[in-house]
Write a protein that binds this ligand. Structure first.
Ligand SMILES: N[C@@H](CCC(=O)N[C@@H](CS)C(=O)NCC(=O)O)C(=O)O
Length: 219
């Protein structure tokens, strides 16, 4: 199996989703850190015309969009499968991935998670309190929806972990560090226990920000 190369940076939740799935699969991979200021310039723009991350390179094949990358990995590395066999459970997985893309990241993760965690750590940013407060109502809706979909099951797809869990966990992990977490999770307390379950997995332990910093420094 040829090596998988992930163009990303240690603070990217989408990048972590990809690297955690590679770890779950036991695949050979390496982080190719995108240099500061490199997202919107060449050579990265040739890999990702929207100037974002992550990008996966494998066997002469280059792919961006995390959802597509995770599905590609699950197809070519079928063991362990991260897609439920049951069509209804698979549909729930797809639904949660979509919620993560459209409502959790857009408007919540990219505001509260960015203002409170990523921006301060990467750029020394002072959090914009108004922006965080304005993002809270959408966050509460997202948390109630995800909490309802998780229900009393261990994972979004049911009894076994699936791609949906790896899409959501890195986003939630940042939000759990924020003062907004108490309000966000009030309507969905089971998400806290789910996140602890996810964070206990070796794949997420291997892809924490400090762990990826060490890989980036060695790259
Ligand atoms: N839809 C894209 C979103 C990727 C994305 O927004 N990545 C963030 C980092 S987690 C990024 O590149 N941000 C830099 C920017 O927006 O300039 C995906 O699923 O891969």
């Amino acid at each position: 199996m040829s090596e998988f190369v992930v163009h990303s940076i240690p603070g990217s939740p989408f990048g972590r989703s990809v690297m955690a799935v590679l770890e779950e699969k036991g695949a050979p991979w390496r982080l190719a850190p995108i240099p500061q200021g490199g997202l919107k310039t060449e050579p990265h723009l040739s890999r990702h015309p929207f100037g974002r991350m992550p990008v996966l390179e494998h066997d002469g094949f280059s792919l961006y969009e995390t959802n597509a990358i995770l599905r590609y990995l699950d197809r070519i590395l079928p063991t362990p499968s991260l897609t439920p066999a049951d069509p209804k459970a698979a549909a729930r997985m797809d639904q949660v991935i979509s919620i993560s893309d459209w409502y959790l990241f857009q408007g919540v993760g990219n505001v509260i998670g960015f203002q409170r965690v990523v921006g301060p750590r990467l750029m020394g940013l002072t959090p914009n309190e108004e922006a965080c407060a304005a993002a809270l109502p959408q966050g509460e809706v997202v948390f109630r929806a995800l909490g309802g979909l998780l229900g009393d099951r261990p994972y979004f797809g049911g009894d076994a972990v699936s791609l949906a869990d790896f899409m959501v966990a890195p986003q939630m992990d940042f939000l759990a560090e924020c003062p907004e977490w108490a309000k966000l999770s009030a309507g969905a307390p089971q998400l806290g226990a789910w996140l602890e379950r996810m964070n206990a997995r070796p794949s997420l332990k291997a892809t924490t920000w400090p762990a990826l910093n060490a890989l980036a420094a060695a790259a």
